[in-house]
Design a protein. Structure first.
Length: 75
């Protein structure tokens, strides 16, 4: 995968990354691609999955922070 692809994916929001990942999985499941194309698509899928994980981890931190602030207010 090229550096520009990685840079592009780094700008994706969660929904866009998830939707593209779904499409990548569908294309890989259909098969019919040569090995190089399959590997390139797999690498894109990995980058998209990592981007989704980044968003989810950030959301998890925000929820945990909000809950800890709320818990601290109740003491």
């Amino acid at each position: 995968m090229s550096e520009s692809d990685v840079t592009e994916i780094a700008t994706f929001g969660y929904e866009r990354a998830r939707d593209e990942l779904v499409n990548v999985v569908k294309m890989l499941e259909q098969g019919g691609m040569d090995l190089d194309d399959s590997l390139a698509l797999w690498e894109r899928g990995e980058a998209l999955a990592n981007r989704c994980e980044e968003h989810l981890a950030g959301a998890r931190r925000r929820v945990e922070d909000a809950l800890s602030r709320r818990g601290g207010d109740q003491d």
